[in-house]
Design a protein around this ligand. Sequence first.
Ligand code: SF4
Ligand code: SF4
Length: 372
Amino acid sequence: MPNPGAPRRSLFKAGEMAYDWIRPIYLPRDSHYATRRLLTMTEKSVYAELTDRMMLTGSAIIPRLLEMLADDREAKVLMAMPGMPDEVAAASGFDGDALEDLLASLFHKGLIFYSSSGKVRMCRDVAQLHDATILWPEAPKEFLDLWQAFMETEWPGFARMIEAFLPQPFTRVVPVEASIDAKNQILSTECVREIVESADKLAVTNCTCRLIAGKCDHPLDVCLQVGRAAEYTLARGTGKEVDAAEAMAMLARCEAEGLIHVTMNTAKANHFICNCCPDCCQTMPVLLEEGIKLIAPSRYRASIDGEACIGCGACVERCPFDALTLDEGANGETGLSMVNEEKCFGCGLCRVVCESEAIALREARPPEHIPA
Ligand code: SF4
Ligand code: SF4
């Protein structure tokens, strides 16, 4: 039966708007085969098969999430992907209005994407599944709780596996706008204002990590979607369109709150600016607790002006990466702030709270640090 909660949509045709984007991980081509080597030869449920397709073989929780998202008919349609809608029709046995309803329901729940060629496919990997399905508007609480159970029990193991396969982390810190020393050459892909002002469409969604984890009091509606990602979320009804001024005001609030700007780790495109906290985020806890690097530092590093620093300690409190300490000071005087260069991710949040203007971000890595 079609999902009665899902709005009816027409099938997208070749040349129409492409909704094929949401934060993919971009695993190397052969990683899929490496993962599949772990498959047992026993018969699997359709949900376990779909789990394998997203390189999450061995998860006990992902098949349960998929079962909550897709009934038998929808699972059959998912198994018939990727393909053009007529190919999916032939492979699944559903066509006409029945197929249209099933695809509309799957799109609404975040399980499928359309490419610019009209091809339809399922989520590629855990990042897409996470970001898209958690925003399923009718998601029951058990579904969100089960996602959080995955994040706390199974995710660290998969995160380690993904780290090993990836040539570089799939996300990257973007420095706070006002933090970079004017002497530096700032690239457009590392400047939030340029990302925002060059976007043809912007939308804000709830932060999926904070929505399921709920471990902090930071705001939920701070995930900025850019360009095609904004079009995608607006088509699904999971985001609110904003203009550039509204987006910049939201990012400024995040900076004041101590949230870290994070984007895709590529120079090609910026599809989102997340505003992450170390408690709830998909990539931060595994970095801070287990050293798993799915997030890259920015090209910058904090630098303290010893003449200006008064040793108030505000920056030490603010640094989410635990990269600052106060030195012991001489003759009982207040110590000055010191940067641990290994730990500094160049977010610039320390500068936001330094009333003595004693902190600047200096270039520490070349432009090639950001993958093409
Ligand atoms: S916030 Fe500024 S003044 Fe205070 S310790 Fe840090 S660098 Fe020094
Ligand atoms: S010292 Fe901490 S707060 Fe400052 S830029 Fe580095 S990581 Fe960010």
